[in-house]
Design a protein. Structure first.
Length: 202
């Protein structure tokens, strides 16, 4: 049992180190670390919102889709694979928050039991937690998802989700148990970004 635990810990350490190599802003520390947890269906603009925030204030973006591609060259989206992706994300967030880094967790985060892990992580590390739900009309989300699978110069979008994934996830999404901010990313993002930054700095 001890040997198995050591092997698991070693694998986690290696996974965290591998992902950390690709992150930016990891040296931008503050006395008051913040964790923004994004939650929303595919195509609702989570990554776009994250990038808009980073353009104004240094954050480290931990994007579950990117982490998956770094850890698994040919993702199969199995339960075990997802377990390692999110375990790595959580370990990396804890490490950065402990250091005083502002973090954005960019993942669908549609189930409350998964969000509760992040709530507890923020509490444990003494970080201010801001939960942000992104939404967009179905037509907008559908267009964005279709665009992902067409030739594009935007190599920042690493998600494989399509409309079928959107519909399946929409049926399983659960209400958020904590206070949160809703951002419609089909609208001008500037007012929403200003509001979020005011909450973070307040």
């Amino acid at each position: 049992m001890l040997r198995e635990t050591c092997v698991m810990d070693d694998r986690l350490d290696r996974s965290v180190a591998k992902v950390e190599e690709y992150l930016t802003n990891t040296d931008e520390t503050t006395a008051n670390p913040v964790l923004i947890m994004l939650t929303g269906l595919p195509g609702t603009g989570k990554s776009c919102l994250a990038q808009s925030l980073v353009e104004i204030l240094p954050f480290v973006i931990i994007e579950s889709d990117q982490v998956r591609k770094l850890l698994f060259s040919k993702p199969r989206y199995t339960a075990e694979e997802s377990y390692w992706v999110h375990r790595t994300c959580h370990a990396l967030m804890a490490k950065l928050l402990r250091k005083g880094v502002r973090v954005i967790y960019d993942a669908t985060n549609l189930h409350e039991r998964h969000r509760e892990l992040v709530y507890r992580l923020a509490d444990k590390e003494g970080a201010k937690l801001l939960v942000v739900k992104t939404v967009a009309p179905e037509g907008v989300a559908s267009e964005r998802l279709r665009g992902r699978h067409e030739e594009s110069e935007d190599d920042r979008d690493v998600s494989d989700a399509d409309w079928r994934v959107y519909e399946r996830m929409a049926r399983r999404a659960e209400p958020i148990g904590r206070n949160h901010v809703v951002v419609d990313t089909s609208q001008d993002l500037k007012p929403a970004v200003t509001k979020l930054l005011r909450v973070i700095r307040g």
